[in-house]
Design a protein around this ligand. Structure first.
Ligand code: ADP
Length: 255
C-alpha cells in the first residue's frame, strides 16, 4: 500500500439506494474540504456507473503511467483535486463495464495500490449503491486506512430502511460510521421561503438517533444544482455555489 502511505484520512461514502445524491455529495464534500485548505483526492469505485468524470467535466481525460503507477487526473479548474475513476480507462465513455466479482475486486485493488495519490489530507471514496463486491473490496484493501463512512439517504422511509443495511454492513466490517447525511431534505420555495418536504421529513435524523450515530446534517433540494449537473454546464460552479453549499460545509464541520 505504499501509494497510500501519505494519505491521512480515507472517507467512504455509502448509500443504500442509487439516485440519492451520493456522487454529487462526494464531489461537494471533496470541494468543501479543499476550500478549507485540505489536499483531497476522489476515488470513484462505482465501476458500472461511474459518474464522477461527468460531474467534474473530465469525461475526455485519460490516465497516464509513471514509474510508481497511475497518475490520477487533476480537476481542470483546480489542479489540486486528484481524481481516479474507471471512466478514465474506458475506450469510449459510454462503454458498459460487464464484469463478475473477481475482476471488479482486482480493479479496485489496483485503484488502491497502483494510483500515485501522493500526500493527501483526505481521500473520498464514492461507491455504488448497496453492499456488493466493490464495497467488500474497498474494505478489504483499505481496512487499515479507512477513517470512517458517511451514509447518504433521502428522508423517506424506503431510503432510510436501505441505509440501515449499510449501517449493519459497516458494523459487520468494523468500519467506523462518521454519520448520516439527509440529502434532498426539503425544498425552500424561492417565492415564499416556505420549506416544502417533497420526500417526507427527518427520516435520516431519526435513524441516527435510533442507532446512536452522529447526524451530520440535511442538504436541501436545489433545482439549480440538478439542472447544471443535467446539462453538463458549469457543474463545478453549481456544486460549489449552489444553495446546498452551506449545508455541505455544515456536514464537513460535523465530521
Ligand atoms: P447517486 O450517486 O446516489 O446515484 P447522484 O449524485 O448521481 O446520485 O444524484 C442523482 C441526481 O440527483 C443527479 O441528477 C443530481 O444532480 C441530483 N441531486 C443530487 N443531490 C441533489 C440536491 N441536493 N438537489 C437537487 N438535485 C440533487
Amino acid at each position: 500500500m505504499e501509494n497510500l502511505n501519505l494519505v491521512k484520512n480515507v472517507i467512504v461514502v455509502l448509500s443504500g439506494k442509487g439516485g440519492v445524491g451520493k456522487s454529487t455529495l462526494s464531489v461537494q464534500i471533496a470541494y468543501g474540504l479543499k476550500a478549507l485548505g485540505k489536499t483531497v483526492g476522489l476515488l470513484d469505485v462505482d465501476l458500472c456507473g461511474p459518474s464522477i468524470p461527468k460531474l467534474l467535466n473530465l469525461e475526455d481525460c485519460t490516465v497516464h503511467q509513471c514509474d510508481q503507477g497511475w497518475v490520477p487526473v487533476y480537476s481542470s479548474q483546480d489542479k489540486q483535486l486528484s481524481v481516479m475513476s474507471i471512466g478514465f480507462l474506458l475506450k469510449h465513455k459510454d462503454d458498459p463495464v460487464i464484469w463478475r466479482g473477481p475482476k471488479k475486486t482486482a480493479m479496485i485493488k489496483q485503484f488502491v495500490t497502483d494510483v500515485c495519490w501522493g500526500e493527501l489530507d483526505y481521500l473520498i471514496v464514492d461507491t455504488p449503491p448497496g453492499t456488493s463486491d466493490e464495497h467488500l473490496s474497498v474494505i478489504e484493501n483499505l481496512r487499515k486506512q479507512i477513517t470512517g463512512a458517511i451514509l447518504i439517504t433521502t428522508p423517506q422511509n424506503v431510503a432510510v430502511a436501505d441505509v440501515l443495511r449499510e449501517l449493519t454492513f459497516c458494523r459487520k466490517g468494523s468500519v467506523p460510521v462518521l454519520g448520516i447525511v439527509e440529502n434532498m431534505s426539503g425544498y425552500i420555495c424561492q417565492n415564499c421561503s416556505e420549506c416544502i418536504h417533497v420526500f417526507s421529513k427527518g427520516g435520516g435524523e431519526e435513524l441516527a438517533k435510533q442507532e446512536n450515530i452522529p447526524f451530520l446534517g440535511q442538504v436541501p433540494l436545489d433545482p439549480n444544482l440538478a439542472m447544471c449537473c443535467e446539462n453538463g454546464e458549469s457543474i463545478l460552479d453549481a456544486l460549489v455555489h449552489s444553495n446546498t453549499k452551506d449545508a455541505v460545509l455544515n456536514v464537513i464541520e460535523n465530521l
